[in-house]
Design a protein around this ligand. Sequence first.
Ligand code: FES
Length: 107
Amino acid sequence: MPKVTYVSDTGEVRVIDGTAGDSVMQTAVRNGVPGIVGECGGVLSCATCHVFVDGADLGRLEPMNDLEDEMLDGTVVDRRPDSRLCCQITLSEELGDLRVTTPEAQE
Ligand code: FES
């Protein structure tokens, strides 16, 4: 079972057992992880699921598509090289555990 470690902008850590096939956003919202809103439900139209992906994990993710790239230009907290919209990160046994940090604001 893939685990997702969510670190808040103030350093609080939540570790959640995820389910393969769910996104990092769905896993956060279902478990009440603060700092991830997921307003659009994962259809790439809100950018309220912005996270910073741990450097060790970033290169293992599928590359972002053009729409995610475009949406990342509209996040409340400015994007960084390690930014992703976590509704686009799907958990799997192959991908394994992930660690993400939430920005100080999403809306
Ligand atoms: S949940 Fe809306 S873009 Fe990810």
